[in-house]
Every structure is written in C-alpha cells, then in structure tokens.
Design a binder for this molecule. Structure first.
Ligand code: ZN
Length: 401
C-alpha cells in the first residue's frame, strides 16, 4: 500500500468514526473530515436539526473548518466523506474552494461527483476539484446498509428514510442503454415515449449537463442524475457508463438537440455498449438532416449525409470527394458564417445550375427553406447580407439526360 493510500485510509477511518457517532444518535451514518497538510481542520456528521431537516456531514465539516481556521475559503484542503456527496454538498465544496474530494461508497441515486468531474473537466471552470473514490468503500457502504436494514426492521425509528440509499445490483446481466432524441428547436417535438424513458432514467448522459438540465425542467418529472458525455470525455467515460449499467441503473443518453451520434456525441458510447453486450434501444425522433431533406423537395431516393465539412485543411478535397459523380443527394451541416463560401466551392465543383436547398431554424419560428440553383441561392443570401442559425445544405444529385 502506498503512503498516499495509507493517508487516505487513515482519514477515511476518522470519517467512519464520525459516521458511527451519527448512528448512535439515530442519524444516517455519514461522516466527513477536512484535512490540510496532515492537520484536521474540521469534522462533521449528518445531523437532524429542527423540523426534521438533515444537515449533511460535508456542510457541518466545512463550517467547522471555516470556524477553526478563520478563513472564508479552504484552498489546499482535502475533504474525506464516507458517501459520494450530493449535488447540494458539491456546491458547498466548490464554493469553499476545496482541492480534493475523497469519498468511500458510491451512491448512484443522489451522488453528484460526476458533476464535479464535469467542472474539473470544463475549460471555463477555473477552480479544479480532484476526486478520488472507493477509499474504504466496503466499510462505508456496509455501515449505511446495516443502518438502513435496522431502520426497516424498526429498531431505529426517528427521521430515517425507509428505503435503502444503495441501488441493489440486479442479476439481469447488463441492462439497456436508451438513446433518446430531443427537440431541435420546438420544445413540443418530444415523444410521449421519450418522456416516459427520461422520467424512468436514473442516469442521463448529456452533451452539456446545464443545457439538458434547462431543457428537462420544461417537461418536469425527470430526476435522473445528469452525467456529462461529450466528445472530449466520451472515450474515457465509457467504462463509467458500463459501471452504471452493471449497478442496475436505468441509463439514457441525449445530446444537446436531435439524435445522439448524428453529428453529435454518442457513437463511442453506443459502440462500447454493443461490445459489452448491453442492449441498445434507440427511440425514433427529431433529426435536422432528415427533416431538411424531406422539406428540400430534392430526391430522397439515394442520399449521402456527411455532417459538417472540415473548416480548413482538406476542405476542397473533401468537397470533391462527397460531390464526385453526383450519384446521390448530398446533405451536410454548415455554420451560417461559412455557408456563402460553401456555395461558392460547390458551384466551382458542380456548376452554378445544380439545384440546392438551404434549410435553417428548423421547427422554430423563423424556419426557412431557400430553394433554387446554387447561383440563385447564393445571390439571395448575399442580397440579405448573410444568414442566421445553423444551416442544413442539401445538394441535388446530377441528373444526366
Ligand atoms: Zn449532501
């Protein structure tokens, strides 16, 4: 065992002592210790206060450490807690500018360390929290399980939730990943089935947890833990996703808008699940490119969807490649700032008379389809001084007489 591990276990034992003290007082056994340079600055355990409100161990310990040091924030400290902190405590930990969180047992229903990882990963977040999990996990978990087992048989009776906080491991192998499309603009474009799946989810993989959190507030009744799963962490996150599933969690995945894995994150997660034998269930729903293709009036008989063109390197070669031969209707996404340049490039390859369509603001108030030849559409855009909103560009196949 390394010195670091030994130190972690030493302080986690102190946190466990706090947790046992809480139990003796009939409270949920969660304990917390805050340490800086080997010195304990504050300890705490769950406390039931007036009106039956529980003060969480982390909050109690943070307040004790602030009182002890006289400092308003606690940089350079490590917080040990026997169970993965909840969202509220994560907020307090971040505000206190604590550097490292070490927790024992994972609690998939209320635990929020995934969010801490998000903040840690997030380039805009200046304060970084390092999270270490699983220190004395067995001891921390069994203390909680024993407490709630006793609570259920009625030996401990006051202010105790009747349900155990740990999701029991189901023996039904590996579960299902639900892939759920979300609206591309109009909030009403969500299916009854999608809402049912989202409301049943324990864990929801999101491209951006804040964005999805705001979206889901509009529908209500969705209480899943939001876990970030974007292009920068998707590969590493796959193991976490499989662990959520193995622990019996109901896992769903969304992207910011539309169908996950279509010019959005999700592909790597789906592959990892298929490889691990997890059932992947995809709900049908909104996707900008299918919507735009149908609205374009161009043939959908043979279609090549290519996502976003490369911005710089290889752009010309890439365009030649996708438009080569003109055997299919080509659908791509483009930013409104580059769409005029794209049309110029397309005209140079297929000529100015090829029919195209640009669809933008789909399903929103200012939804619009610009249809015509490449030259017509380019002229129309130039005349109004550019476009706004993400564009779907549909380029007709070559029709040989
Ligand atoms: Zn808490």
């Amino acid at each position: 065992m390394s010195d670091v591990q030994r130190r972690h276990e030493h302080f986690m034992q102190m946190a466990l002592d706090q947790a046992r003290a809480a139990w003796q007082m009939g409270e949920v056994p969660i304990g917390c210790v805050i340490v800086r340079d080997g010195e304990v600055l504050g300890v705490g355990h769950n406390k039931v206060e007036r009106y039956g409100v529980t003060r969480h161990a982390e909050i109690v310990a943070i307040e004790a450490a602030i009182a002890h040091t006289g400092e308003k924030v606690l940089p350079g400290t490590t917080l040990y807690v026997t169970v993965e902190p909840c969202t509220m405590c994560i907020g307090a930990i971040l505000l206190a500018r604590i550097d490292v969180v070490v927790y024992g047992a994972a609690e998939p229903k209320t635990g929020a360390c995934g969010s801490v990882y998000d903040m840690h990963d997030h380039p805009k977040q200046q304060h970084r929290v390092v999270v270490r999990s699983g220190v004395l996990a067995q001891e921390c978990a069994s203390l909680m399980q024993a407490f709630f087992a006793e609570a259920r048989t009625g030996e401990v009776g006051h202010n105790v939730a009747a349900t155990p906080p740990f999701t029991e491991r189901r023996n039904t192998t590996t579960g299902t990943l639900h892939v759920v499309p979300t609206p591309i603009g109009n909030i009403e474009d969500i299916t009854a089935r999608a809402l049912k799946v989202l409301r049943a989810a324990d864990v929801l993989l999101c491209e951006d947890t804040r964005h999805t959190g705001q979206l889901l507030q509009r529908y209500g009744g969705i209480h899943a833990r939001l876990v970030s799963n974007h292009e920068h962490n998707e590969a590493e996150r796959a193991q976490t996703v499989l662990r959520f599933l193995a622990d019996g969690n109901n896992v769903a995945m969304v992207s910011d808008a539309g169908m996950p894995a279509i010019s959005d994150p999700g592909y790597r997660t789906i592959v990892a699940c298929i490889q691990a034998g997890v059932n992947v269930e995809v709900l049908p729903g909104p996707s900008a490119f299918v919507t735009a293709l149908v609205g374009s009036g161009l043939s959908a008989e043979r279609v090549l969807f290519v996502g976003f063109p490369p911005q710089k390197k290889g752009r010309g070669h890439w365009l030649h490649d996708v438009l080569d031969g003109g055997r299919a209707t080509v659908v791509m996404y483009e930013s409104p700032y580059r769409v005029e340049a794209l049309l110029a490039d397309v005209a140079a390859i297929v000529g100015p008379q090829r029919r195209v369509c640009i669809a933008r603001e789909l399903s929103k108030v200012h939804e619009e389809y610009l249809r015509g030849t490449v030259a017509d559409v380019a002229q129309a855009i130039a005349a109004r001084g550019g476009l706004k909103g993400e564009c779907v560009v549909i380029i007709d196949a070559a029709h040989v007489e």
